[in-house]
Design a protein. Sequence first.
Length: 279
Amino acid sequence: MKNIYTWDAKPARRNLTVADIKAKKGKEKLTQVTANTADEAHAAGEASIDMLICDSKNVEIVRKGNSELFLTAALVIPEYPTDSDLLRGAFKALAQGADAVMTARSMSIVSLLANEDIPVMGHLGLVPRKSTWVGGLRAVGKNADEAFDLFKKFKRLENAGAFSVEAEVIPGPVLSEISKRTSLITVSLGSGKGGDVTYLFMEDICGENAEAPKHAKSFGNIYKLREMIKEERIKSLKEFRKSSLDEKFPSDQETAKINDREFELFMEKSEIFEIIENK
């Protein structure tokens, strides 16, 4: 565990620093998952996950669940349309406890951030928000020309000042070879074992949806548990209504008690009160 100062000049402890991550390239595999709630961040820490990534608006929430894991804040494109918006959003996320930011914007934007010594993760391969340019949601780099173009983008991103890159749905052998030829920390999402960091969304890992994407694997089945909870909730509500209408609930067991003598006194006082009121 390393002692650091946050960008808000507050002392903190981290499992990893940027320097640590760069030093592990090609030597030690790391893991990264999404976390956008305190519970998710806590679970990741308990499971010894190495790195977290969250929406930039959730940094404070995530830090309540885990204050020590290396955290990247994703600067979602529509929320930061201008350069000044993006820079302001990056500094805000860092001040709230993020250690790096992720952007799928242009190389000039990466340089804008990197020139302020902000650790930047880029995004190459399949960038879902830009998928119209590659004909939809598909693997990128499946032919020689496209793979070579992708390699050149990795080098441009490296030269722009990024320290890492989310490499999404790139053929495994392609990413493996590119990773050997760049100083970027390659974060593989659906791109095989050749990246420096293996990354999946927490909702996919935990099986929170009916089906996981092709590039993901579910290691749990929270979806099934949630469906069971829904069914149990409906069943319980139906039983409550039926029992109420049948006057089986509430029974004596669920009803507050009063001493017989105290009840008699209550009735006497009530009757006297009504007589007086009706005069």
